[in-house]
Design a protein around this ligand. Structure first.
Ligand code: RIB
Length: 305
């Protein structure tokens, strides 16, 4: 089984629950607050590790309390942090708005120290013996581009989770064996609306035309569309209980998908495994803390067999 290398950011998630977002100039009373680990890269590294992979994380953090929080977390999870460096800039943070009575969220993320990640952070020794490279786009594109290009040259499978997405990110698609957008990210990358499953299939074709090997489009409560030039199959969502918080569901999916590919699962089964992991993650509050463990993923898949 090859190691999973994840490039990305850690953010301390500051989650506020309130009836609505305040307008500029207004102060609003909220009803709950939680501080927890986040950042898409870190969440995905935890998800891959809990799904059973050996994981190395590449990032930058500050010399501050949130940086210490991230190091303790990764140590407890058993994630290799030799490629995490420290800088004088602050560790990443995210403002998470959770509307009262809803599992939805709205996020502002500040990458902080990880906003300086660049091609030099992706050193060749990281890729020795590794099986899968996974990155998102909360750090600068040149770092993501170097990670995908070096990983591909070293024979790793590459996964691009284009989040947050922009039209420019389409330039990275030829470096991705798999691209894993949600509906809105797929729409931004391709310029197509993605409302229906047929729209998602058209976006999948466009992503492959733009250079991706395979598109796996996550569709929230509808599951995920596994789309290759030869096959387009909707994998229905697997619910494991009431959804309390959807923050990080995409990260649960991506980390588990990378872990399953690294252990040699065939790609379609790896995507099913990832759908189960995402279904489990939404039943718990928070992002990094809600990533699913292997035993629970296997049990959910067995229950749906
Ligand atoms: O994908 C969810 C994550 O996005 C949150 O944990 C937040 O930190 C942002 O990076």
């Amino acid at each position: 089984m090859g190691r999973v290398v994840v490039l990305g950011i850690f953010a301390a998630d500051l989650a506020f629950t309130a009836p609505r977002l305040p307008h500029p100039g207004e102060t609003l009373l909220g009803s709950a607050f939680a501080l927890g680990p986040g950042g898409k890269g870190s969440n995905q590294a935890i998800a891959a590790r809990r799904a059973g992979a050996d994981v190395a994380f590449v990032s930058r953090i500050g010399r501050d309390a949130f940086g210490e929080m991230s190091l303790s977390l990764w140590q407890a999870e058993g994630i290799d942090t030799r490629a995490v460096s420290r800088s004088d800039k602050p560790t990443g943070t995210a403002f998470i708005f959770r509307p009262e009575g809803s599992a939805e969220n709205a996020i502002i993320v500040v990458s902080g120290a990880a906003g300086d990640l660049n091609a030099e952070d992706v050193t060749p020794d990281l890729l020795d013996g590794a099986g899968v490279m996974l990155t998102q786009l909360e750090q600068p594109y040149p770092a993501a581009q170097a990670a995908l290009a070096r990983a591909r040259a070293a024979g790793l499978v590459t996964i691009l989770n284009p989040a947050p997405a922009s039209r420019e990110a389409a330039a990275l698609l030829p470096l991705a064996d798999y691209v894993t957008p949600n509906e809105s990210e797929a729409a931004l990358l391709t310029g197509c609306r993605v409302d229906t499953i047929e729209d998602a299939r058209a976006a999948g074709d466009a992503l492959i035309d733009l250079g991706a090997g395979c598109a796996v489009i996550t569709l929230g409560e509808r599951g995920a569309l596994f789309h290759t030039p030869d096959r387009s199959t909707l994998i229905p969502a697997m619910t494991a209980g009431p959804a309390v918080d959807t923050t990080g569901a995409g990260d649960a999916f991506n980390g588990a998908f990378a872990a399953a590919l690294a252990e040699g699962q065939v790609p379609f089964e790896a995507a099913r495994f990832a759908v189960a992991a995402a279904g489990l993650s939404v039943t718990k509050p928070g992002a990094g803390a809600a990533m699913a463990h292997r035993a629970a993923i296997d049990a959910l898949i067995a229950a749906r067999a």
